[in-house]
Design a protein around this ligand. Structure first.
Ligand SMILES: NC(=O)c1ccc[n+]([C@@H]2O[C@H](COP(=O)([O-])OP(=O)(O)OC[C@H]3O[C@@H](n4cnc5c(N)ncnc54)[C@H](O)[C@@H]3O)[C@@H](O)[C@H]2O)c1
Ligand SMILES: N[C@@H](CCC=O)C(=O)O
Length: 525
């Protein structure tokens, strides 16, 4: 029966992007900024605990990173008692949600996809205001969120079918997948819609309940998504929405004995901390906590001598400077064969010089980084790099008038040594390095010289080199002859190797398995 339902949902198509070059579409996006400010600016939003709106012990302000003098809205600081209440409510809700028909879950997600399609421009505008993405970047992420709804609707039905085992004559044996319990979903600010949503849908699609903890920089993008899920029919107690400080919602949330699983996306530092803490069995805890932790990247693009150099230069600039390089998937290292290195560097320099830094709300190619603190950290890498490598472009603060924000010029370093921190550490900003390789095999070796292993791009026309790259490049997402950002839900299962995390592969065919436990039932008649 579920097979029929699943077939009824096919075929799947990725959500198309808006074409902002069309003045009518651009006007709709500008209207959405006005409407969002009218509807939400200055408001204070609640926690959602046990299906009810709740006030915390105080509030915090969310500021516009494009000009931090503008306070956008306020959110609550949850208390330790509210954390306990939220876990208890999620445990109680689990007893019901786990029993819901997969078709019911799928229907809610399908309905949510429809609701989000109708509000794309609004969600884009909120994201741009909260984290400084330009229109296309925000639109791409909201489109990915629609895709997530469509994909997880199908995945919940697919996993409900169980899997076949090798038969035996005198027993009927089935393999069933069952949910785990309460899943804490902890997310970063750089993808404030698609990332928390992907983790939460993984949990919900499998029949778990969710503690939804967004990053403090971007809570409205999450709050609106949670409300949209409720409007689509999700029971109001299946998700607890918690905002606040890391001293209440960090370690104490991870340590809580009522939490069954933690789905985390964020930095290596916090991911490793969670992984370690969650391994300790707390008093009253009756399970080993499961953790998925998707962390940082230091993503290379390898360019072989036989490659289409112009296409490589275009892909590199898009992947390095889109959203000011603040993607775990961003290209931060170019490794090019000696014979094409100078030509490639010249083309990338020219294209990078053409990028305008400015206001995301006015759809500038490159906006601010998330905070002044982040800009200061990036500046430290740049200052150190001036003494160890050749600064080709940028390295300064662009003129953005009297705006107060972390604006950083797109920056290029050439002749970077593989041992240099510029080559090894995640900078998370618009800084790109070039390193010369003796030949294409040396280039692959250099690309793999990293503790991370998230994404990589490989440019070549030679089937043999491509086959070797496919085999030897140590990354979870390898892109051949295209940029290394922009994974699509359902198609490019996303997650890395090494210190990039647990390789859970959101949006992929195995993702739900992480949120399930397997029951074997052997029956004799
Ligand atoms: N691999 C991926 O899929 C992926 C995707 C996006 C971002 N990232 C990575 O995320 C990082 C940027 O995001 P960020 O600055 O928000 O990361 P972060 O690790 O600082 O914060 C992520 C989340 O963890 C919370 N947190 C902080 N301390 C905690 C603690 N002790 N216990 C539990 N939670 C805690 C934060 O409040 C936030 O919600 C980059 O390293 C980037 O590469 C990875
Ligand atoms: N999934 C996104 C990256 C998310 C991390 O920041 C991409 O594929 O570019």
């Amino acid at each position: 029966m579920t097979t029929t339902h699943l077939e009824g949902l096919l075929p799947f198509e990725h959500e198309p992007y808006h074409t902002f070059q069309d003045e009518a579409v651009a006007a709709r996006q500008r209207d959405a900024f006005r409407a969002v400010r009218e509807a939400y600016a200055g408001r204070t939003f609640p926690l959602i605990v046990a299906g009810q709106d709740a006030q915390g012990s105080g509030t915090f302000a969310v500021r516009n990173p494009a000009d931090t003098r503008e306070t956008l809205w306020h959110f609550q600081n949850a208390t330790p008692a509210q954390l306990n209440e939220a876990v208890a409510a999620a445990q109680a809700a689990f007893l019901e949600w786990r029993r819901t028909e997969p078709l019911q879950r799928a229907s809610i997600f399908k309905r949510a996809a429809e609701l989000l399609r109708a509000r794309r421009m609004e969600f884009n505008a909120v994201m741009t205001l909260e984290n400084g993405k330009n229109w296309a970047e925000a639109d791409g992420e909201v489109a990915e969120s629609v895709d997530h709804f469509e994909v997880f609707a199908r995945e919940t039905l697919r996993w409900a079918q169980g899997k076949a085992v090798y038969p035996m004559p005198d027993e009927h044996v089935t393999t069933m997948y069952e949910p785990l319990g309460v899943v804490a979903c902890i997310s970063p600010w750089n993808f404030p819609s698609a990332i928390p949503l992907g983790m939460a849908l993984g949990a919900l699609a499998a029949g778990n309940t969710v503690l939804w903890k967004p990053a403090g920089e971007t809570p409205l993008s999450s709050y609106l998504m949670v409300q949209l899920l409720f409007e689509a029919g999700l029971p109001r107690n299946a998700v607890q929405f918690l905002t606040g400080t890391d001293d209440v919602l960090g370690d104490p949330l991870v340590d809580h004995p009522g939490v069954r699983m933690i789905a985390f996306t964020g930095s290596k530092e916090i991911g490793c901390r969670i992984y370690e803490r969650a391994a300790r069995v707390q008093p009253g805890q009756r399970w080993l906590k499961r953790v998925i932790a998707e962390m940082g990247g230091k993503d290379p693009t390898v360019v072989c001598a036989d490659a289409d150099i112009e296409a490589a230069a275009t892909g590199i600039v898009q992947a390095a400077f889109g959203y000011s390089g603040q993607k775990c998937s961003a290209c931060s290292r170019v490794i090019a064969e000696d014979s094409v290195y100078d030509d490639l560097l010249a083309r990338v320099t020219e294209k990078t010089r053409a990028l305008k830094v400015g206001l995301p709300e006015e759809n500038a190619a490159v906006g601010p980084v998330i905070h002044q603190g982040s800009a200061d950290r990036i500046a430290q890498f740049v200052e150190a790099g001036r003494t160890t490598a050749r600064l080709v472009l940028g390295g300064d603060t662009p003129d953005t008038g009297d705006r107060v924000g972390g604006y950083v010029s797109p920056t290029l370093f050439a002749d970077v040594d593989p041992a240099d921190p510029l080559f090894q550490q995640e900078i998370f900003g618009p800084v790109l390095t070039f390193t010369r390789a003796r030949d294409w095999e040396h280039a692959i070796e250099l690309a793999n010289d990293s503790e991370y292993g998230l994404t990589a791009a490989f440019y070549s026309r030679d089937p043999h080199k491509i086959a070797v790259a496919r085999r030897d490049m140590h990354v979870g997402n390898l892109y051949i002859n295209r940029k290394c950002t922009g994974a699509l839900s359902g198609t490019h299962a996303f997650g890395g190797y090494g210190m990039s995390g647990t390789n859970a592969k959101v949006g992929g065919p195995d993702y739900l398995f992480w949120f399930l436990q397997t029951k074997t039932v052997a029956q004799r008649y």
